[in-house]
Each structure stands twice: as structure tokens, then as C-alpha cells.
Write a protein that binds this ligand. Structure first.
Ligand code: FES
Length: 603
């Protein structure tokens, strides 16, 4: 390994090479030799030798937080990553960034995703790292890390904390968080009692790690593998397994090797359109989280060569030729540990091989084709595998669909594979409208609410601006009076998100959002008739164009002079103001305009 720092660093007659190792990104004192001298003064306080400081520096992003149980195993992962770096001749230095957990981020974790991406980008840029290992796991963390990593454009390698193990209640396996929602719905409907729900609460997250179903965290982990940013088993090895630590060690080794071909492996060079098409194929084949549609748009939007070339319609197009192959909750019945034991992402990618762009590059410097050729798939008896053969899919195509129509001119997303009653995929019904989350909470269980199982529940004002952070309230609860009659699913519409672990016939991310005074979603009224036709990809408000225009004009007048979020955002301070003024609509990833590749730098 070439030494990158030596005492000739202090030779004032020689210009400093400042592109690699400890010498890169020196603070500005107007005298680079002094800047390096000073840097070495301080790092030696930690006991480093000149030999150690001469190695390629691998930054390790540490997102451990006692408020983030999904990341509780980060300390042993860091130890293993460091071992991999150091036995292969690098110097591993870890540093913290923001950590975000779903249950501990108010108003929502999504509100903080872009902030974390800015933190990640700026710390990667500011510190002397030749390559960076990003340790994330919980839903928004891996997304923020990839967004920031693409913008920083140094070689990045991902490792996730991995899925938690399932728990058990009365002999039935349960796990966060599909079963959190199922059991809570049963409790609301009165089919289980307070003792049961309390016992279930103890077992839903029995170990550290990310939610053990195909929620957003697991989906993103699979997407990272498909993008070539993480080893195959990295997506599925349980958080508490020794495999995960070996994958971490391997990641450390890969990071040192990446320094030898850093330009080729910078994310803006490594990630191509084909990499993203592979990721979308995997997203559809696993019945992945709807949230990842938004996240992928934000990630692509950071890439100067790809921004605008992949849209939500690309997701729908790829879905039409991609079958659902993985039988995991919430679309199916199993858990991430079952996926891992069935061969995990290696098994899935081999099934999908003819749909993939195999010449896409991975962080090892090898193509996906080479990586697949070098890997060995464990033999799993067919009846024990949760990965279906390509010829026997769980659903022939279109796990995730994109709907359009006068109600969603910018698009809306539905996980059709998670619909409980398939007849709802072609349905016309009477709207029952809730103006916002508190209105819904107040009225949803009102015994006098005029609602039937054929109604269409509409929730307004939970979009990116209307309810900052676009909360996961899109899975509107079934009104208790219908739940107690055994109704498990209804068509529900909103401009918000739902947890990737949730299921039902639920239309999300309607764009433009209701808070936009010109939106159609914002003028829907109880009693209007709405058609949702998945086959036709249609979301239609059956009200005349004239009436829609009349209501829109009236609404614009009504909002004038009020503190409606869309109008009041220019007067907001701090991060809240930045978020409200800069956030884009869901169809564009809900990133901040000034961070995207089509933002200010493009001009
Ligand atoms: Fe962290 Fe589900 S709450 S992954």
C-alpha cells in the first residue's frame, strides 16, 4: 500500500499533494504545510503513528444513538468494519452523524431525512476520507446516507444493521411492524383484549435490528444490493448473527480496495441508469415499500447524470414486466430471516437474472454478472423457500403501481400486492373526506359517521408541506363500526405516506398535495364519487371540470390571509422554514430544491 504522508510533508520547498489521505481537505490557514502540521499535531493526541497516518483513510459513519434501537448493534459492526480495514492496510476512523428512528422523530422521520443527508454529505466532504462506509438501517437513514454520499461523490460502501428476529405470541410468529398494525386493528375492532395487546407489545421487537418484514428498511437494504452498493447477504443477514459481522469485515476490506480505483467507484460514476433499473426491478419483485418510490426519486434526483431520466412512471413500466417473487409480509406471510435462509438477495437476483442489467458495476469494481458468477447459492428445499421461481410468481406483475387522473395529475402510488380485497382494485364509491389528521382522529370512530364498506376514505393535508414530513398516516384506520363487522380493507386515499410494513388498498403520495391551493385533492368533498381503477391506472374525481374550477377559485379566496402552511411558509424560521420553502412534491422525492442535481448548481 503506497504511503501517503511522510515527514517531507513539512518541506516548504515541495508543494503538497492534497488529494488523498490525511492531506486532503485541509482547513484554510493560507499555508497548506502548516494546516497539515496542525492536523497531525491534533490527531497524534489520539496516539496515531506516522505509519498509521500514511494509510488510506476509511471514514466510518456511526449512526448509533440510544434513541435508535434499530441501530443498537452498531458498536460491534464498527469493530468488525475496522478489523476489515486495518488488516488490509487502511486506517479506519469513525465519526458520528444524525441518527433517525421512526418512533422517536417528531413530527416524522421523513421531516429529518434531508437534514441527515446534508449532515452526511458535508461531513464526508469536510473530513479527510479516501472512502466512506455508511452504517445505517432504520428507514430514512440509508436513504439519507445514499443521497448525501452521491452528492459528496467520494467512494461509499453501505452496510446496514440488519433485520431483527421475529417474536412469538401464543405460538404464532409476530414481528414489527406489520403485526404491530394487524394486532392494533384487531384490538380496535375488539377481537383481542388489553391483556393480549400488552403481551404482543413485549414480543413484536424481540431483538435489535430493523423491522423484520419487507418494510422500508428491508426494502432499502435490498435496493442497496441491487444498486451494487452492498454485498448480497448484507440485506438479509439477521442483526444478531455472526454473518453480519463477517459482512462488516468484508465491507472494510472492500473499502480499502476501493481506494485503488477511487474515480471509477465514485457514486456518480458507479451508479448508472442501469443500476437504478435493476433496483426498481428488485423493488417490484420483493413487493417493496411504497416509501422507497419517494426515496428512489430523491436519490436519482441527486445524480447529475441521471436526474430526470427515471420517474415514478419508470417504476410502473418496470412493474408491468416484473413478477412478485418474495413471500414476505406485508404482501405475503413470512419474515426477513426466512428470506435470508432461502438464499436472500443472491437467490432473488438469480431468479431475476434475465430482467437485470448484468454489466452494472458494483462497489467491488466487479460487474453484477461477475459477482453473481462468483457467488454460491445455498441449496434450499423448494418447500422451505420463500423465493418463488420466476415461472410461479405470487403475483404476475405490478406489485407497485402508479395511478394518474384528474385527482392526481402528478401521480399517486399504490402497493396493489398488499390489497386485501382484490375487487377494490377496480372500485367506484362515495367519498368520506377528512380535512386533516386531527379531523380524522376525531370522527373516524363516530358511530354516526355516514360510511359503508364501499365508501372511499379520503384524508387531505398530510403531504410534504401540509403536514411537514408527510406522515405515515395514509393507512386510515377502518372505522370501528365497520371493523367490528369484519371489514378488513377499504379504498383509502391521501397525499401522505404509509409505513412500508402496512398493507391494504391504499393510494398514497397524491400529487399535487392538498395543501397546494391549486390541487384537486384539496377540493374533494364528502359525497363526491371517486373511481380507482388499477388496471387502467386511473384515479378520477367524478365531478365536472367546471365544478372543479369553481371550487378551486373559491378555495384560493378562502385561504387568502390565513396561516395555511402553503402561504405561511415564507415567515417560518430555522430548519422548519427551510424545509417548508424548499421541499419538493412526492413525485420528485420530497428532496430540497437546492440539494438536487437540477437545483442551483445546474444553473
Ligand atoms: Fe427502524 Fe422499522 S422502526 S426499521
Amino acid at each position: 500500500m503506497a504511503k501517503q504522508v511522510s515527514n517531507t510533508d513539512y518541506d516548504l520547498e515541495k508543494p503538497l499533494e492534497t488529494k488523498v489521505g490525511l492531506r486532503q481537505g485541509l482547513p484554510s490557514y493560507g499555508d497548506p504545510h502548516f494546516s497539515l502540521f496542525l492536523r497531525k499535531v491534533f490527531i497524534k493526541a489520539l496516539g496515531y503513528s506516522e505509519d498509521a497516518l500514511s494509510r488510506p483513510i476509511i471514514g466510518i459513519v456511526n449512526t448509533y444513538s440510544s434513541f435508535n434501537p434499530c441501530h443498537a448493534n452498531i458498536p460491534p459492526i464498527i469493530d468488525a468494519v475496522k478489523r476489515g480495514v486495518q488488516v488490509n492496510g487502511g486506517l479506519a476512523i469513525d465519526f458520528p452523524t444524525i441518527s433517525i428512528h421512526e418512533a422517536f422523530s417528531s413530527p416524522t422521520s421523513m421531516y429529518l431525512r434531508n437534514l441527515m443527508s446534508m449532515d452526511t454529505e458535508e461531513m464526508i466532504k469536510a473530513q479527510p476520507c479516501d472512502a466512506v462506509i455508511l452504517i445505517g438501517g432504520c428507514d430514512k437513514t440509508t436513504v439519507a446516507q445514499l443521497m448525501g454520499g452521491i452528492s459528496a461523490n467520494k467512494p461509499i460502501l453501505h452496510i446496514v444493521t440488519g433485520p431483527m428476529m421475529p417474536g412469538s405470541h401464543k405460538g404464532v410468529r409476530i414481528g414489527a411492524c406489520t403485526d404491530c398494525r394487524n394486532n392494533w386493528a384487531k384490538y380496535r375492532a375488539g377481537t383481542i383484549d388489553i391483556e393480549d395487546i400488552s403481551a404482543v407489545n413485549e414480543e413484536l421487537a424481540p431483538t435489535t435490528g430493523t423491522c423484520g418484514v419487507m418494510g422500508t428498511a428491508s426494502t432499502m437494504a435490498c435496493v442497496l444490493v441491487a444498486l451494487g452498493m452492498m454485498p448480497f447477504a448484507g440485506a438479509t443477514a439477521p442483526a444478531v448473527s455472526s454473518s453480519r459481522l463477517r459482512i462488516a469485515e468484508q465491507t472494510g476490506k472492500n473499502a480499502v480496495a476501493a481506494c485503488e480505483q477511487r474515480d471509477r467507484l465514485r457514486p456518480q460514476n458507479l451508479l448508472t441508469k442501469e443500476s437504478f433499473l435493476n433496483a426498481i426491478t428488485v423493488l417490484q419483485a420483493i413487493g417493496g415499500s411504497t416509501n422507497v418510490v419517494v426515496h428512489l426519486m430523491a436519490i436519482v434526483g441527486r445524480h447529475p447524470k441521471l436526474a430526470g431520466t427515471i420517474t415514478i412512471d419508470t417504476i410502473d413500466e418496470i412493474g408491468r414486466r416484473t413478477p412478485l417473487l418474495v413471500d414476505l409480509k406485508p404482501s405475503g406471510n413470512n419474515y426477513m430471516t426466512d428470506f435470508h435462509n432461502s438464499g436472500g438477495m443472491l437467490g432473488l437476483l438469480l431468479e431475476l437474472k434475465h430482467l437485470l442489467y448484468l454489466d452494472a458495476m458494483t462497489v467491488t469494481g466487479q460487474t453484477l454478472r461477475q459477482e453473481l458468477a462468483n457467488a454460491t447459492l445455498p441449496i434450499v428445499p423448494r418447500e422451505l423457500s420463500v423465493i418463488q421461481p420466476f415461472s410461479e410468481p405470487l403475483c404476475p406483475a405490478s406489485s407497485l403501481v402508479v395511478l394518474r387522473g384528474n385527482l392526481a395529475p402528478g401521480g399517486a402510488v399504490m402497493k396493489a400486492s398488499a390489497s386485501k380485497y382484490k375487487h377494490l382494485l377496480q372500485h367506484t364509491g362515495r367519498a368520506v373526506v377528512f380535512a386533516n389528521s386531527s379531523d380524522m382522529a376525531e370522527r373516524i370512530d363516530d358511530p354516526d359517521l355516514e360510511v359503508t364498506k364501499d365508501s372511499v376514505l379520503v384524508l387531505q393535508n398530510i403531504g410534504p408541506v401540509g403536514n411537514p414530513g408527510m406522515p405515515e398516516s395514509g393507512m386510515i384506520p377502518i372505522p370501528r363500526k365497520l371493523g367490528s363487522q369484519g371489514v378488513l380493507d377499504m379504498i383509502r386515499l391521501s397525499d401522505g405516506r404509509m409505513s412500508g410494513t402496512a398493507g391494504g388498498t391504499i393510494v398514497l403520495h397524491i400529487s399535487p398535495e392538498a395543501a397546494d391551493p391549486s390541487s384537486v385533492l384539496g377540493i374533494v368533498q364528502t359525497g363526491d364519487i371517486i373511481t380507482c381503477d388499477v388496471e387502467k391506472r386511473l384515479l378520477q374525481l367524478n365531478v365536472s371540470d367546471e365544478e372543479i374550477s369553481r371550487r378551486q377559485e373559491e378555495r384560493v379566496k378562502e385561504l387568502q390571509g390565513t396561516d395555511a402552511p402553503w402561504l405561511a411558509r415564507d415567515d417560518m424560521r430555522g430548519y422548519r422554514g427551510l424545509y417548508m420553502r424548499e421541499v419538493k412534491q412526492a413525485q420528485f422525492g420530497a428532496d430540497f430544491k437546492f440539494l438536487t442535481a437540477e437545483g442551483p448548481s445546474a444553473k
